[in-house]
Design a protein. Structure first.
Lengths: 290, 428, 319
């Protein structure tokens, strides 16, 4: 019984990690209709920058999150016009060209990180590291709980922002029909830039959290590219609600397979599951995909 | 038309950038090979094949440091003595991109383009397996200072040697210590490993040794790389084993320790191989790394006489001033790989460049060689499953104590008492 | 001389040059060229599916891996190389046909990611199956004849290019395939059995990677999941085809040559630093940015070779 509850909790918390990686990613897809291959590299850069700032200033990584968000928001805002150029120049193949372009960017980032920061393994320490809340024999890792809370906060803010603000309305309009939105006087270039910037900012923040939960090195990106793809696809491309459901579901699956079937089969079952979801419900679990 | 102009402009820019980097790179190269001789044939050309990018970039650079330490020290001391003359060594590096195919290309290049006399081998076993046939083809000897998969030696490559004993040999030592040497030793054990060739071999060796000693293995799971260990450790916590043994690299070990701590789980001992001897492990985990057991064949605590560095202590000093970190047994194995080549060359008495018959003769010399290096007695097996692997060494049980790697077993070699069970997370 | 004749003479000369190549270049560069040719075949196979039919697969690396593994397993059982290779080719194509049936119902990004999920599944499966050696991989007896592998790769890749040219550019079948790319529903309405065509193309585009995988396994002598089933293989096929020019016959050839040789040349020049990755990434991004139709668009004015669909062609397609 204790094991069952522990497994459920671990699964939910893993789901929280998945959600933080994919929330921005799915929004980016929903609006720009672009799959960013470099998503894992944004995670990696976020983790490294946080590590560098945190070790030199001794400020807790959690407190640095707003700063990281702003830094990467700016970076994304500046990079987006280049990506936009790739998309608009080749409308019929926008998705594919953007993938290839961001593939180049991901190689570039990885190479640069390796050249600048070298190959050493890093560990980000926060005030919550290694602590846990224990209740009736169940342990809840504080850091993961913090990440879960972060995931909930950002998704609530996201949904509020999209549903209740004027800007959010414009974003949703742009996501539906960019050309029509343009006719209605919505500056879709501006929207695209901001959405991409939000995505890079959030992904970098998730990098800081992941660096604290797992570890940091220049090759870490691939692993998180896989997770991000996974959640976003299973949830339905572009659907934030779908990403939450998919993140939690995959977290639980991950946890249950590890414990009850065998860690050996974790990814085998997960990928099979993803494949079957796609065949059965191509628009994602909630059927809300783009 | 505009498109073409843009393209030309960009190409020109890229070319300039490439040129700028090239000139910078050349500058570096001159600095790196201290005092390389201008005359052709006055130096031994050494190929270094290792992972400088890709998934194994960490270990790749550790091996490179080991090889560089050897080369720079040899050159400082005037070179390798052949007859009455000394010859310096010149290093040629190639990145295998952690990929066997690139590794094979790299070996081909070093042998046919750079005309290297011998090769210091890769970090990973996969690249070693792909590179070895090419060394056979050109009859160029290769010593790897790092690859540990038993599969390599079972192939019986004539020109491939290794200084680190196969992992199935080393990994049994700490299990023995934990079960037999410690009063009230371990009775139950959970074994986890990452599903790569090396880590899996570690886990198999842990399991075989444990079962031989009558220890109950309560969990045995080989997980794919990138798995989150938390759910598994949650399950293992419920089984409450005395020892949690993990096969993997420093990254996974860090993650296992962090996960276990965040679940409030502490077995009597953690046993982890490989990577706990890497300085990064302690640096990153701090006190959480305390009392973790590992396997090794060498630590910087040992004091062993050495021809090149005088003693292993001096070697550690040299390494530390050069790289800022302590050497672990992989880096040292790589330095020793260089030393073994040096010893073989002295014995062979052949001048550079080595001819094909020289290189063939070198294999015979290597097969019979017995060198006392800072690593201990080094010699290669001539037959059996460990063909051409270093079997002169014994394994060691090590434990992190006070942030340093200490030898705690086997009984006749220990320099410190093993700590068992491990102190609670908050009492360190 | 007509344009066609000129092209024919050029092709002939190029062919002779390729056949003579092992006589003039060093064994190192022969190895590199062998690798480049392999990638030409891989990128071209991917192009059949993505360029001509509009189905972007991110799982084509799996077929390379399946070919490699089947060859290795059969050779370990004692089959000679050629026999094992032929069987591996059949198994790969059959496998693709089976997996293609359900997967090809998906479109766009969903198809791309389904193929990717399936490829990752295969990698995980190979890691746990009892007869694949798991993470240890498999080793084969080395056959150290660079020329043999050069000509084998050349043969397979040239076949892939020829099939693309004759089947997808020239034959009616190619028109049908391109009709699916332009308007799938309309093609169905015209009475095309789109499912059958799609499965055929999918199997064909898996066949060549399967054979190339088998040759690769024997050439490198050692395979493991991280080398023949890594997602990087599919990624590289995609990037190469796009870099050169999607849906053109020359595109994947140019793209594969440029990317593979570019990687290797940068690696020879700066092999002891990781900086070459920066240059490589920069180069890919810049080409995509300024030459969205690929490098070949520098030399041709047409956006996509292969004619559009005229009324007459519609009759051909359905006839």
């Amino acid at each position: 019984m204790e094991l069952l509850i522990q497994t459920i909790i671990n699964g939910l918390l893993i789901g929280g990690i998945y959600i933080t990686i994919s929330a921005g990613f799915t929004l980016c897809f929903g609006v720009l209709h672009v799959i960013d291959f470099a998503v894992g590299e944004w995670v990696m850069l976020g983790a490294f920058i946080t590590f560098i700032i945190s070790t030199s200033t001794h400020i807790d990584p959690f407190l640095l999150l707003p700063l990281i968000f702003v830094m990467f928001f700016i970076a994304g805002y500046l990079l987006q016009p280049t990506l936009q150029r790739v998309i608009t120049k080749n409308k019929s193949n926008a998705l594919l060209m953007a993938l290839a372009f961001t593939f180049g960017i991901s190689v570039l980032f990885k190479g640069a990180a390796l050249t600048i920061w070298g190959f050493n393994e890093r560990n980000l320490v926060t005030i919550l590291s290694g602590k846990s809340i224990s209740l009736l024999g169940i342990n809840i890792p504080s850091l993961r709980l913090g990440t879960f809370v972060f995931a909930i906060i950002i998704t609530i803010v996201f949904l509020w922002f999209l549903q209740k603000t004027r800007f959010g309305l414009a974003v949703r309009a742009a996501a539906e029909r960019q050309d029509v939105a343009g006719l209605m006087g919505i500056d879709s270039n501006m929207i695209n830039k901001v959405v991409y910037a939000i995505y890079t900012g959030l992904t970098a923040c998730s990098g800081a959290l992941i660096g604290a939960i797992f570890s940091i090195n220049t090759e870490m990106g691939v692993r998180y590219t896989i997770f991000a793809f996974f959640v976003v696809v299973a949830g339905g491309l572009g659907s934030i609600e779908g990403a939450i459901v998919a993140g939690i579901l995959l977290g639980l699956l991950n946890s249950f397979i590890s414990v009850y079937i065998g860690g050996q089969y974790v990814f085998l079952v997960l990928f099979l599951f993803l494949y079957l979801i796609l065949l059965a419900k191509p628009k994602g679990l909630l059927g809300k995909g783009w | 038309m505009r498109k073409r102009i843009n393209f030309l402009w960009i190409t020109a820019f890229l070319l300039c950038l490439a040129l700028a980097v090239l000139s910078a790179g050349c500058g570096n190269k001159e600095a790196a090979t201290t005092g390389d001789s201008k005359e052709q044939g006055d130096v031994f050309k050494v190929g270094v094949l290792t992972s400088l990018s890709g998934a194994e970039v960490y270990g790749g650079n550790i091996t490179k440091r080991g090889y560089d330490t050897w080369a720079d020290t040899v050159n400082q001391k005037g070179g390798i003595k052949v007859g009455d003359k000394q010859y310096k060594v010149q290093m040629f590096y190639a990145d295998d991109q952690s990929d066997p195919a690139s590794g094979a290309d790299a070996v081909e290049r070093m042998i046919t383009k750079d005309k290297v006399d011998f090769i210091l081998g890769p970090y990973t076993s996969g690249v070693t397996l792909a590179a070895a046939p090419i060394c056979e083809k050109y009859k160029v000897p290769m010593i790897t200072g790092s690859a540990e998969s038993p599969m390599i030696w079972q192939q019986k490559f004539k020109y491939t040697f290794g200084t680190i004993p196969a992992v199935n040999l080393t990994a049994s030592y700490p299990v023995n210590t934990l079960v037999s040497d410690i009063p009230g030793g371990a009775k139950t054990m959970a074994i986890l490993a990452v599903n790569d060739a090396f880590s899996k071999a570690v886990a198999e060796s842990f399991k075989a040794t444990a079962e031989k000693l009558g220890v109950k293995v309560v969990k045995y799971d080989i997980v794919p790389a990138g798995t989150d260990f938390t759910p598994l450790l949650g399950a293992i916590k419920g089984l409450n084993p005395d020892v949690v043994a993990v096969g993997g690299h420093e990254k996974e070990h860090m993650e296992v320790i962090k996960s276990a701590k965040s679940l409030g789980f502490l077995p009597k001992a953690f046993l982890m191989h490989y990577g706990v001897t890497n300085p990064d492990f302690v640096k990153n985990l701090g006190k959480d790394a305390e009392a973790v057991y590992g396997a090794s064949t060498w630590t910087s605590d040992l004091d062993i006489a050495d021809a090149l560095f005088e003693s292993s202590k001096k070697f550690v000093e040299t390494y530390k001033t050069k790289w800022g970190d302590e050497p672990d047994y992989t880096a040292t194995g790589c330095t020793v790989a260089g030393e073994v080549f040096g010893a073989a060359l002295e014995k062979l008495g052949a001048k550079p460049p080595l001819s094909e018959s020289d290189r063939e003769a070198m294999v015979t010399v290597l097969e019979d060689i017995k060198v006392d290096t800072l690593y201990g007695a080094t010699s290669f097996a001539k037959e059996g499953d460990n063909y051409h692997n270093n079997t002169g060494l014994e394994g060691l049980t090590i434990q992190i104590q006070g942030g340093a790697v200490k030898i705690v077993g086997p009984k006749d070699k220990k320099l410190a008492e093993p700590i068992y069970p491990a102190p609670a997370w908050d009492k360190r | 001389m007509t344009k066609n004749n000129k092209a024919l003479v050029g092709l002939l000369l190029a062919g002779i040059a390729m056949l003579m190549l092992p006589l003039v270049i060093s064994s190192f560069w022969l190895r590199i060229v062998t690798g480049a040719i392999m990638w030409v075949g891989l990128a071209q196979s991917w192009n059949m599916l993505a360029g001509y039919m509009g189905y972007v697969s991110f799982g084509h690396g799996a077929f390379f891996g399946i070919g490699a593994y089947v060859t290795a397993i059969l050779m370990a059982k004692g089959l000679p190389f050629i026999g094992a290779l032929v069987l591996a080719a059949l198994v790969t194509a059959l496998f693709a046909a089976i997996i293609g049936q359900p997967t090809l119902r998906l479109q766009g990004a969903y198809f791309a990611i389904a193929t990717w999920a399936f490829a990752e599944g295969i990698r995980q499966l190979v890691l746990v199956l009892p007869f694949t050696g798991g993470a240890n991989g498999m080793r084969m007896e080395a056959f150290l004849n660079e020329n043999f592998f050069y000509y084998s790769m050349l043969l397979v890749s040239a076949a892939a290019v020829a099939v693309t040219y004759f089947l997808f550019q020239k034959a009616v079948f190619g028109l049908r395939v391109r009709a699916i790319r332009e308007e799938e529903t309309a093609s169905q309405a015209l009475g095309l059995n789109t499912t059958a065509i799609k499965v055929k193309v999918f199997a064909l585009s898996a066949l060549f990677p399967g054979i190339l995988g088998g040759v690769y396994a024997y050439w490198i002598t050692y395979i493991h999941p991280e080398s023949v089933l890594t997602p990087l293989i599919a990624d590289q096929m995609v990037v190469m085809a796009l870099l050169g020019g999607l849906g053109t016959i020359a595109g994947p050839i140019v793209g594969a040559m440029v990317l593979f040789l570019g990687n290797r040349i940068l690696w020879v020049m700066f092999g002891d630093t990781s900086f070459y990755l920066v240059l490589l990434g920069l180069a890919i991004a810049i080409v995509i940015l300024f030459l969205p139709d690929g490098i070949v668009s520098l030399f041709t004015r047409k956006k996509k070779t292969g004619e559009g669909i005229s009324k007459e062609n519609v009759r051909n397609i359905t006839g």
